[in-house]
Design a protein around this ligand. Structure first.
Ligand code: COA
Length: 286
Protein backbone atom coordinates (compact mmCIF):
# COMPACT_ATOMS: atom_id res chain seq x y z
CA UNK A 1 0.00 0.00 0.00
CA UNK A 2 1.36 3.47 -0.87
CA UNK A 3 2.09 5.58 2.19
CA UNK A 4 0.56 9.05 1.87
CA UNK A 5 3.01 11.67 3.22
CA UNK A 6 1.63 14.97 4.52
CA UNK A 7 3.40 17.73 2.55
CA UNK A 8 5.61 19.81 4.87
CA UNK A 9 3.74 23.03 4.00
CA UNK A 10 0.48 21.52 5.21
CA UNK A 11 1.80 20.24 8.48
CA UNK A 12 -0.01 21.98 11.31
CA UNK A 13 2.01 24.41 13.42
CA UNK A 14 2.22 23.11 17.00
CA UNK A 15 0.98 25.17 19.95
CA UNK A 16 -1.25 28.19 19.32
CA UNK A 17 -2.58 29.11 22.76
CA UNK A 18 -0.11 29.76 25.55
CA UNK A 19 2.82 28.81 23.31
CA UNK A 20 3.26 30.27 19.82
CA UNK A 21 5.61 28.85 17.19
CA UNK A 22 6.92 30.67 14.15
CA UNK A 23 9.18 29.00 11.58
CA UNK A 24 11.85 30.99 9.77
CA UNK A 25 14.54 29.34 7.64
CA UNK A 26 15.21 26.44 10.01
CA UNK A 27 14.66 28.42 13.21
CA UNK A 28 11.60 27.66 15.34
CA UNK A 29 10.81 30.74 17.42
CA UNK A 30 8.97 29.26 20.40
CA UNK A 31 7.24 32.00 22.36
CA UNK A 32 5.66 31.89 25.78
CA UNK A 33 2.36 33.61 25.11
CA UNK A 34 0.82 34.97 28.29
CA UNK A 35 1.92 38.61 27.90
CA UNK A 36 -0.80 39.96 30.20
CA UNK A 37 0.66 37.75 32.95
CA UNK A 38 4.25 38.58 31.95
CA UNK A 39 4.50 35.02 30.58
CA UNK A 40 4.24 33.49 34.05
CA UNK A 41 4.33 29.74 33.55
CA UNK A 42 1.04 28.03 34.28
CA UNK A 43 0.01 24.36 34.41
CA UNK A 44 -1.64 24.76 30.98
CA UNK A 45 1.46 26.35 29.50
CA UNK A 46 3.54 23.39 30.68
CA UNK A 47 1.15 20.95 29.04
CA UNK A 48 1.27 22.85 25.76
CA UNK A 49 5.04 23.38 25.86
CA UNK A 50 5.59 19.66 26.36
CA UNK A 51 3.54 18.96 23.23
CA UNK A 52 5.27 21.70 21.23
CA UNK A 53 8.82 20.64 22.08
CA UNK A 54 7.93 17.03 21.44
CA UNK A 55 6.54 17.90 17.99
CA UNK A 56 9.45 20.17 17.01
CA UNK A 57 12.04 17.54 17.77
CA UNK A 58 11.00 15.58 14.66
CA UNK A 59 9.79 18.52 12.55
CA UNK A 60 12.06 19.27 9.59
CA UNK A 61 11.09 22.95 9.69
CA UNK A 62 12.97 23.21 12.99
CA UNK A 63 16.78 22.95 13.10
CA UNK A 64 17.26 25.23 16.11
CA UNK A 65 14.78 26.22 18.83
CA UNK A 66 14.78 29.78 20.12
CA UNK A 67 12.81 30.14 23.35
CA UNK A 68 11.49 33.63 24.05
CA UNK A 69 8.44 35.52 25.29
CA UNK A 70 5.67 37.56 23.69
CA UNK A 71 5.53 41.16 24.89
CA UNK A 72 7.71 42.73 27.54
CA UNK A 73 8.70 39.58 29.47
CA UNK A 74 10.78 36.49 28.84
CA UNK A 75 8.94 34.99 31.81
CA UNK A 76 8.03 36.24 35.29
CA UNK A 77 8.63 32.71 36.58
CA UNK A 78 6.12 30.20 37.85
CA UNK A 79 2.55 31.44 37.89
CA UNK A 80 2.03 32.08 41.58
CA UNK A 81 -1.74 31.89 41.32
CA UNK A 82 -2.25 29.10 38.82
CA UNK A 83 0.67 26.99 39.88
CA UNK A 84 1.04 27.45 43.59
CA UNK A 85 -2.27 28.63 45.01
CA UNK A 86 -4.35 26.42 42.68
CA UNK A 87 -2.19 23.32 43.10
CA UNK A 88 -2.03 23.76 46.89
CA UNK A 89 -5.64 22.52 46.97
CA UNK A 90 -4.91 19.38 44.95
CA UNK A 91 -4.16 15.87 46.12
CA UNK A 92 -0.53 14.84 46.46
CA UNK A 93 -0.70 12.85 43.25
CA UNK A 94 -2.25 15.69 41.24
CA UNK A 95 0.35 18.14 42.55
CA UNK A 96 3.10 15.71 41.67
CA UNK A 97 1.76 15.44 38.12
CA UNK A 98 1.65 19.23 37.74
CA UNK A 99 5.25 19.57 38.96
CA UNK A 100 6.40 16.70 36.78
CA UNK A 101 4.82 18.29 33.72
CA UNK A 102 6.49 21.65 34.30
CA UNK A 103 9.88 20.16 35.13
CA UNK A 104 9.65 17.99 32.03
CA UNK A 105 9.93 20.83 29.52
CA UNK A 106 11.86 23.34 31.66
CA UNK A 107 14.58 20.91 32.59
CA UNK A 108 14.64 17.35 31.25
CA UNK A 109 13.46 18.03 27.72
CA UNK A 110 15.44 21.21 27.11
CA UNK A 111 18.58 19.85 28.76
CA UNK A 112 18.57 16.73 26.56
CA UNK A 113 16.87 18.12 23.48
CA UNK A 114 17.83 16.61 20.13
CA UNK A 115 18.23 20.04 18.52
CA UNK A 116 20.21 23.09 19.65
CA UNK A 117 18.36 25.53 21.89
CA UNK A 118 18.87 29.24 22.49
CA UNK A 119 17.07 31.29 25.15
CA UNK A 120 16.41 34.82 23.90
CA UNK A 121 15.71 36.89 26.99
CA UNK A 122 13.59 39.80 25.82
CA UNK A 123 12.56 41.26 29.21
CA UNK A 124 11.61 40.23 32.76
CA UNK A 125 13.18 36.94 33.83
CA UNK A 126 12.42 35.81 37.38
CA UNK A 127 12.59 32.76 39.61
CA UNK A 128 11.37 29.62 37.84
CA UNK A 129 12.30 31.15 34.47
CA UNK A 130 15.96 30.55 35.34
CA UNK A 131 15.42 26.82 34.77
CA UNK A 132 14.52 26.92 31.05
CA UNK A 133 17.03 29.77 30.61
CA UNK A 134 19.87 27.62 31.96
CA UNK A 135 18.69 24.38 30.37
CA UNK A 136 18.85 25.96 26.90
CA UNK A 137 22.31 25.46 25.39
CA UNK A 138 22.94 29.16 24.84
CA UNK A 139 21.36 32.44 25.89
CA UNK A 140 21.29 35.91 24.41
CA UNK A 141 19.71 38.73 26.36
CA UNK A 142 18.49 42.26 25.93
CA UNK A 143 21.09 44.26 27.86
CA UNK A 144 18.24 45.99 29.72
CA UNK A 145 16.33 42.81 30.61
CA UNK A 146 15.67 42.48 34.33
CA UNK A 147 16.60 39.25 36.09
CA UNK A 148 16.03 38.17 39.67
CA UNK A 149 15.92 35.20 42.00
CA UNK A 150 12.94 36.86 43.63
CA UNK A 151 11.68 33.84 45.59
CA UNK A 152 13.08 35.06 48.92
CA UNK A 153 11.07 38.28 48.40
CA UNK A 154 7.78 36.39 48.51
CA UNK A 155 8.65 33.90 51.20
CA UNK A 156 9.83 30.76 49.43
CA UNK A 157 13.13 29.23 48.43
CA UNK A 158 14.25 28.88 44.79
CA UNK A 159 12.60 25.48 44.35
CA UNK A 160 11.73 23.34 41.35
CA UNK A 161 15.25 22.79 40.12
CA UNK A 162 16.24 26.48 40.17
CA UNK A 163 18.84 26.14 42.94
CA UNK A 164 20.43 23.20 41.15
CA UNK A 165 20.32 24.91 37.75
CA UNK A 166 22.02 28.11 38.93
CA UNK A 167 24.77 26.07 40.59
CA UNK A 168 25.78 24.75 37.16
CA UNK A 169 26.51 28.19 35.70
CA UNK A 170 27.07 30.61 38.62
CA UNK A 171 29.80 30.59 41.23
CA UNK A 172 28.68 29.84 44.80
CA UNK A 173 29.30 33.34 46.15
CA UNK A 174 27.30 35.00 43.39
CA UNK A 175 24.52 32.42 43.40
CA UNK A 176 24.07 32.67 47.16
CA UNK A 177 24.17 36.45 47.03
CA UNK A 178 21.19 36.55 44.66
CA UNK A 179 19.38 33.63 46.34
CA UNK A 180 19.68 35.42 49.70
CA UNK A 181 19.14 39.03 48.63
CA UNK A 182 16.53 38.62 45.88
CA UNK A 183 18.22 41.63 44.25
CA UNK A 184 17.48 42.24 40.58
CA UNK A 185 20.16 42.66 37.92
CA UNK A 186 20.40 43.50 34.22
CA UNK A 187 21.43 41.63 31.07
CA UNK A 188 25.06 42.74 31.19
CA UNK A 189 25.33 41.41 34.73
CA UNK A 190 23.64 38.16 33.62
CA UNK A 191 26.51 37.67 31.16
CA UNK A 192 29.09 38.36 33.89
CA UNK A 193 27.34 35.79 36.11
CA UNK A 194 27.44 33.10 33.40
CA UNK A 195 23.69 33.10 32.80
CA UNK A 196 23.88 34.37 29.22
CA UNK A 197 26.44 34.38 26.43
CA UNK A 198 25.82 37.91 25.23
CA UNK A 199 23.84 41.02 26.10
CA UNK A 200 22.84 43.24 23.18
CA UNK A 201 20.60 46.28 22.69
CA UNK A 202 16.93 45.32 22.33
CA UNK A 203 16.80 46.31 18.65
CA UNK A 204 19.62 43.85 17.83
CA UNK A 205 18.33 40.97 19.95
CA UNK A 206 16.42 39.02 17.32
CA UNK A 207 19.01 39.58 14.57
CA UNK A 208 21.93 38.52 16.75
CA UNK A 209 20.04 35.46 18.01
CA UNK A 210 19.16 34.48 14.43
CA UNK A 211 22.80 34.94 13.43
CA UNK A 212 23.93 32.49 16.14
CA UNK A 213 21.16 30.07 15.13
CA UNK A 214 22.30 30.22 11.49
CA UNK A 215 25.87 29.37 12.53
CA UNK A 216 24.51 26.27 14.29
CA UNK A 217 22.34 25.38 11.28
CA UNK A 218 25.51 25.25 9.17
CA UNK A 219 27.04 22.48 11.29
CA UNK A 220 26.66 18.73 10.91
CA UNK A 221 23.48 18.23 13.03
CA UNK A 222 24.41 14.74 14.24
CA UNK A 223 27.83 15.78 15.46
CA UNK A 224 26.37 18.94 16.99
CA UNK A 225 23.83 16.88 18.95
CA UNK A 226 26.46 14.41 20.12
CA UNK A 227 28.83 17.24 21.12
CA UNK A 228 26.15 18.99 23.21
CA UNK A 229 25.14 15.77 24.94
CA UNK A 230 28.72 14.70 25.52
CA UNK A 231 29.49 18.00 27.25
CA UNK A 232 26.38 17.89 29.43
CA UNK A 233 26.89 14.30 30.58
CA UNK A 234 30.68 14.54 30.94
CA UNK A 235 30.47 17.45 33.35
CA UNK A 236 28.63 15.23 35.86
CA UNK A 237 31.30 12.49 35.69
CA UNK A 238 34.68 11.90 37.25
CA UNK A 239 37.70 12.43 34.95
CA UNK A 240 38.16 8.67 34.59
CA UNK A 241 34.52 8.13 33.65
CA UNK A 242 34.51 11.12 31.31
CA UNK A 243 37.59 9.91 29.51
CA UNK A 244 36.06 6.48 28.88
CA UNK A 245 32.66 7.92 27.98
CA UNK A 246 34.01 10.53 25.57
CA UNK A 247 36.21 8.03 23.78
CA UNK A 248 33.18 5.79 23.30
CA UNK A 249 31.06 8.79 22.28
CA UNK A 250 33.48 9.69 19.49
CA UNK A 251 33.10 6.17 18.11
CA UNK A 252 29.33 6.26 18.52
CA UNK A 253 29.18 9.61 16.72
CA UNK A 254 31.04 8.15 13.74
CA UNK A 255 28.67 5.22 13.76
CA UNK A 256 25.43 7.22 13.78
CA UNK A 257 26.55 10.12 11.54
CA UNK A 258 24.98 9.69 8.07
CA UNK A 259 27.26 12.46 6.71
CA UNK A 260 30.44 10.65 7.80
CA UNK A 261 31.61 14.05 9.05
CA UNK A 262 34.93 12.99 10.56
CA UNK A 263 35.91 11.12 7.41
CA UNK A 264 35.02 14.13 5.25
CA UNK A 265 36.82 16.54 7.53
CA UNK A 266 40.01 14.49 7.60
CA UNK A 267 39.94 13.90 3.84
CA UNK A 268 39.41 17.57 3.03
CA UNK A 269 42.11 18.74 5.46
CA UNK A 270 44.78 16.06 5.13
CA UNK A 271 44.39 14.80 1.56
CA UNK A 272 42.68 17.50 -0.48
CA UNK A 273 44.00 20.37 1.63
CA UNK A 274 40.80 22.24 0.77
CA UNK A 275 39.96 23.63 4.20
CA UNK A 276 41.36 24.30 7.65
CA UNK A 277 39.28 23.15 10.66
CA UNK A 278 40.56 26.09 12.68
CA UNK A 279 39.08 28.53 10.18
CA UNK A 280 35.67 27.09 9.32
CA UNK A 281 33.50 24.08 8.42
CA UNK A 282 34.39 21.18 6.13
CA UNK A 283 32.30 21.24 2.96
CA UNK A 284 29.14 19.27 3.63
CA UNK A 285 27.57 17.27 0.81
CA UNK A 286 24.34 18.76 -0.61
N1 COA B 1 2.59 34.68 38.70
C1 COA B 1 1.32 35.03 38.52
N2 COA B 1 0.96 36.19 37.98
C2 COA B 1 1.90 37.04 37.63
C3 COA B 1 3.27 36.75 37.78
C4 COA B 1 3.59 35.49 38.34
N3 COA B 1 4.85 35.07 38.51
N4 COA B 1 3.99 37.79 37.34
C5 COA B 1 3.11 38.69 36.91
N5 COA B 1 1.85 38.25 37.08
C6 COA B 1 0.59 38.92 36.76
C7 COA B 1 0.22 39.98 37.78
O1 COA B 1 -0.42 39.41 38.89
C8 COA B 1 -0.68 40.85 36.94
O2 COA B 1 -1.93 40.23 36.84
P1 COA B 1 -3.30 41.09 36.88
O3 COA B 1 -3.23 41.98 35.66
O4 COA B 1 -4.39 40.07 36.79
O5 COA B 1 -3.28 41.88 38.14
C9 COA B 1 -0.04 40.82 35.56
O6 COA B 1 0.74 39.63 35.53
C10 COA B 1 0.89 41.97 35.29
O7 COA B 1 1.81 42.04 36.37
P2 COA B 1 2.30 43.41 37.00
O8 COA B 1 2.97 43.10 38.29
O9 COA B 1 1.18 44.41 37.04
O10 COA B 1 3.34 43.88 35.87
P3 COA B 1 4.60 44.85 35.99
O11 COA B 1 5.06 45.02 34.58
O12 COA B 1 4.27 46.04 36.80
O13 COA B 1 5.71 44.04 36.81
C11 COA B 1 7.02 42.06 37.29
C12 COA B 1 6.33 42.91 36.20
C13 COA B 1 7.56 40.83 36.57
C14 COA B 1 8.16 42.86 37.94
C15 COA B 1 6.00 41.64 38.41
O14 COA B 1 4.80 41.17 37.78
C16 COA B 1 6.50 40.58 39.35
O15 COA B 1 7.24 40.89 40.27
N6 COA B 1 6.10 39.33 39.12
C17 COA B 1 6.51 38.20 39.96
C18 COA B 1 7.95 37.83 39.69
C19 COA B 1 8.39 36.67 40.57
O16 COA B 1 8.69 36.84 41.71
N7 COA B 1 8.45 35.51 39.96
C20 COA B 1 9.00 34.34 40.62
C21 COA B 1 8.07 33.22 40.45
S1 COA B 1 8.91 31.69 40.77
Amino acid sequence: MTKIETPVAEKPIPGGKEVLVEFEDGIAWVQLNRPAKRNAMSVGLAREMNEVLDALETDDRCGVVVLTGVGEAFSAGMDLKDFFRATDGLSDIERHRAYRSTRAWQWRTLMHYAKPTIAMVNGWCFGGAFTPLICCDLAVTDEKAVFGLSEINWGVIPGGVVSKAISTVMGDRQALYYVMSGEKFDGAKAVALGLANEAVPKEQLRARTAEIARTLLGKNPTVLRQARMAYKYAREMTWEQASEYLTAKVDQTNFVDPERGKEQGLKQFLDEKSFRPGLGNYVRAE
